[in-house]
Design a protein around this ligand. Structure first.
Ligand code: URA
Length: 243
């Protein structure tokens, strides 16, 4: 929404606040025509309402809405990916602050560990989980037995599951019984079912990356807020369907 002249905040101030760079750097970005507001290239002196304006730098929306929060949690096994569990098990929502209310982006099985996003940013969550955006998720699966090269090829080329064949994936052996699998679909229990289908049940499953987001130093059960750069890189990853 265009703020009438004289109202709203200066665009460079809003950009600087969300971590794009110093005000000077943000002024240069505007002067270079790299900033759009609601689809139009912005000029220096532009004022915006940061609550409603869609601001993009180099085509990537910037997270200017101060009401939005984005957490990454290292989910431990035994915690369920819901807000409320009728069986009273611990939930991922119980591991992050109560306010503002956030929801998990997609789900990990109760037994699965690793990175999970929680946010109140509905648009980003929708895009990250919608198959048309094809965001990669990387898992490390410890499996029963010793997968052969033929098994890995099968995982890469696609596995027949009861809800249809899986799309091509990346699969590499990082230890004799440990497969790193990168998929861009998000079907229910997909990695477990893929491994089972090729004869290697999963004994431990950890998600290690969501699109551009990874964090090897986040301890199990702990969370942190995403940096502005991380939010922007996620937004870039889902800027276009199929990109
Ligand atoms: N695939 C699975 O099998 N389980 C998960 O939790 C995530 C992906």
């Amino acid at each position: 929404m265009t703020a009438p002249s004289g109202e709203g905040e200066r665009l460079q101030k809003v950009l600087a606040r969300v971590g794009i760079g110093s005000r000077r750097v943000c002024e240069d970005l505007i002067a270079e025509g790299r900033v759009r507001v609601d689809g139009d290239i912005a000029v220096l002196g532009r004022r915006v309402d940061p609550e409603t304006a869609l601001i993009e730098v180099d085509g990537a929306p910037v997270g200017v809405r101060p009401d939005l929060v984005h957490y990454v949690l290292n989910k431990p096994a035994g915690v369920v990916t819901t807000a409320n569990d009728p069986q009273g098990r611990p939930t991922v929502v119980g591991l992050v602050p109560d306010e503002p209310r956030v929801f998990p982006v997609g789900r990990l099985d109760a037994d699965t560990e690793g990175l999970l996003l929680l946010t109140n940013d509905g648009e980003l969550a929708h895009r990250l989980t919608h198959p048309s955006y094809g965001v990669e998720k990387e898992y490390v699966a410890e499996v029963e037995g010793l997968p052969t090269r033929a098994v890995l090829r099968h995982l890469r080329e696609g596995v027949e599951l009861d809800d249809g064949p899986t799309a091509p994936a990346r699969a590499t052996l990082i230890d004799p019984s440990v497969v790193r699998l990168t998929i861009h679909e998000g079907r229910n229990r997909q990695v477990r079912r893929m491994c089972e289908a090729v004869g290697h049940s999963v004994v431990r499953l950890v998600r290690t990356r969501i699109g551009p987001l990874a964090d090897r130093s986040l301890a199990p059960g702990t969370w942190r807020e995403l940096t502005g750069d991380e939010v922007r890189s996620l937004q870039r990853a889902v800027a276009e369907p199929g990109s």
